[in-house]
Design a protein around this ligand. Structure first.
Ligand code: XMP
Length: 563
């Protein structure tokens, strides 16, 4: 990228690794995730101002376990190791890591030395007298999140212990002279009361970052980069009408205007009426002054998907077909050098391309990309952003709030909300059920607003910063409002009764989740009466359904989508 300051998160495969990056960005410091396998030379080239080693699922002293080279700690760049990363640092530098007899897990009281640059500003969080138990006036107790079997039994030479818990003698250690810090607990997890402060202390006080990363600076830099890269070439954007591709479209429109053509492939797996809605917003007479082409490819997709039940194959087919349609459109338009996509950071990392996380799903816009593509290059201007950052960019670019806060819709569309084979009839069922669900949720939210927000919604947005507008819009909803919700059609048919008739029909599953980053999620607590109304309307109005289930699962262990 450019010369702005950057913190590098080195991924050892732990479950909270994207959270680390998010927390750093919340401190207004740009940060990227890379695998622990990244060669040291490449790390040097990236010139980070600080390095954070994440947690990981292994024991660092085992043969073949992910590790770091000694050189990493000798670059003169401050390094913070977290959990497994802390253990790796200690082991590599001559400390000792061992298996503990019991696992330390969950919220844990930790005693930290506030003289450490990491713990500056931390105050006692449990109301205890800080001097009563531990005797030094710089030591305070606070709550942290622990999750480890192994522990650092002896710190490496040159390090001093700056935090401990009842079960963990080295909960944190530092060597200030070398800028090396190791923390056994997880500051990135919100249960660690002072976690954001600790990460902020590291990136600002230890690494000396100026913390100037903001969405307006992102837009400025991204527009400049797009202009430089594209020159007077032409760009074709895969526009789905969802948040990501809409924001990508607006960003590209700002950068290169008429050189951009947006192609919207209606694959027949859109939500009910969505194809027409997308056309009305982005097409002629809509809000954006761009070239817009709609391709109706439903029949072609259904044909390709006939008899296919395996989720990954479905995703691959949908992804590949998508690219083929684009290639065809590109040929019609003439020479097109670039294909743009609304890929965002979680797509990249979950596809195993960014960090070290396992390939959970091949995301349509990343892992599903066929090898042969008839374009010079792919442009993904949002590739390094998390979802909420994408929304902020959208606001920054002046996209209407109703679009910016639209719930995400996956590239493969209803294809991954239809378990088993995709057929036109199943598409119809899931579309109708989903439309009812969305209608009722919107009605209930509207009612809530009438009762709770009279007048307040009119606050003057024009004096708000993007961050304030973002926070404000997020609060304009009842607390149960899901961040994503939809109907899926299970592949299960079961017995029911309608009038005097026995039925043997499909079950619809209703999904509704609360999530900040879509990496973890829990079921939204939609009021019971709303759910009941949705259920009775679906079984009453959608032919082919006799049962409605509400999905309570959290992510993990489930994903948000069904396939
Ligand atoms: P999962 O199901 O992985 O979903 O928990 C996390 C978020 O990503 C969306 N999603 C996708 N988005 N292409 C996309 O553009 C995909 O293949 C895809 N799969 C899941 C999902 O809707 C949720 O918001």
């Amino acid at each position: 990228m450019d010369s702005r300051e950057m913190v590098l998160v080195i991924d050892f495969g732990g479950q909270y690794n994207q959270l680390v990056a998010r927390r750093v960005r919340e401190c207004n410091v740009y940060c990227e995730i890379t695998s622990y396998k990244t060669p040291i030379e490449k790390i040097k080239q990236m010139a980070p101002k600080g390095i954070i080693l994440t947690g990981g699922p292994n024991s660092c002293y085992e043969e073949g376990a992910p590790t770091a080279s000694k050189e990493l700690f000798e670059l003169g760049i401050p390094v913070l190791g977290l959990c497994y990363g802390a253990q790796v640092m200690q082991l590599v530098l001559g400390g000792k890591v061992e298996r503990a007899t019991v696992r330390e897990y969950g919220k844990t009281e930790v005693f930290v030395d506030t003289n450490s640059p990491l713990f500056t500003g931390i105050t006692e969080s449990n109301g205890n007298d800080p001097t009563a138990e531990h005797g030094t006036e710089h030591e305070v107790s606070t709550i942290c999140w622990m999750s480890h079997f192994d522990y650092i039994s002896k710190e490496a030479p040159g390090f001093e212990i700056v935090a401990h818990t009842a079960g963990c003698p080295v909960a944190a250690a530092q060597d200030k002279s070398r800028g090396l810090y190791a923390i056994q607990f997880h500051p990135e997890v919100l249960h660690t009361v002072e976690g954001s402060r600790i990460l902020g202390n590291f990136v600002k006080n230890v690494c000396g970052c100026a913390a100037t990363w903001r969405m307006d600076s992102f837009v400025e830099t991204a527009v400049k980069e797009i202009k430089e890269k594209v020159g007077d070439g032409r760009v074709l954007l895969a526009l789905s009408g969802g948040v990501d591709s809409s924001v990508a479209a607006a960003l590209l429109a700002k950068a290169i205007g008429p050189q951009l053509t947006c192609v919207f492939v209606d694959h027949g797996l859109m939500r009910k009426n969505e194809g027409d809605e997308v056309e009305s917003v982005f097409g002629k007479g809509g809000d954006f002054n761009i070239n817009f082409v709609r391709v109706n490819a439903a029949e072609r997709y259904y044909e390709k998907l006939k008899g296919v039940t395996e989720p990954e194959r479905k995703r691959k087919i949908i992804g590949e077909e998508f690219i083929r349609v684009f290639e065809e459109e590109a040929r019609k338009i003439g020479t097109v050098e670039f294909l743009a996509q609304g890929t965002i950071y979680p797509d990249v990392v979950e596809s195993g391309l960014g960090g070290e996380s396992a390939v959970i799903k091949s995301h349509h816009n990343v892992g599903g990309l066929p090898e042969h593509v008839d374009f010079k290059e792919i442009i993904e201007p949002l590739r390094n952003l998390f979802k909420d950052e994408v929304r902020k960019v959208g606001l920054e670019l002046g996209i209407p709030e109703y679009l910016v806060f639209r719930q995400p819709f996956p590239g493969p569309g209803l294809g991954i909300r239809i378990i088993g084979e995709v057929t036109a009839d199943k598409v119809r069922i899931v579309q109708d059920a989903d439309a009812i669900y969305r209608e009722e949720i919107a009605l209930a939210a509207e009612e809530w607003k009438k009762e709770n927000l009279a007048g307040k919604a009119e606050s003057d947005r024009s004096v708000m910063t993007t961050d304030e507008r973002f926070d404000y819009a997020m609060k304009l909803n009842p607390s149960w409002m899901p961040d994503q919700y939809f109907a899926a059609i299970t592949n299960m048919r079961s017995v029911g009764v309608m009038g005097d008739e026995r039925t043997y029909d499909y079950a619809i599953a209703l999904r509704a989740v609360k999530t900040i980053d879509f990496m973890t999620a829990e079921a939204a607590q939609i009021p019971w009466d709303v759910l009941q109304k949705v259920m009775s309307r679906i079984v009453g109005e959608v032919r082919g359904v006799n049962r409605v289930l509400f999905d309570l699962s959290t992510k993990p262990a489930s994903t948000i989508e069904f396939e």
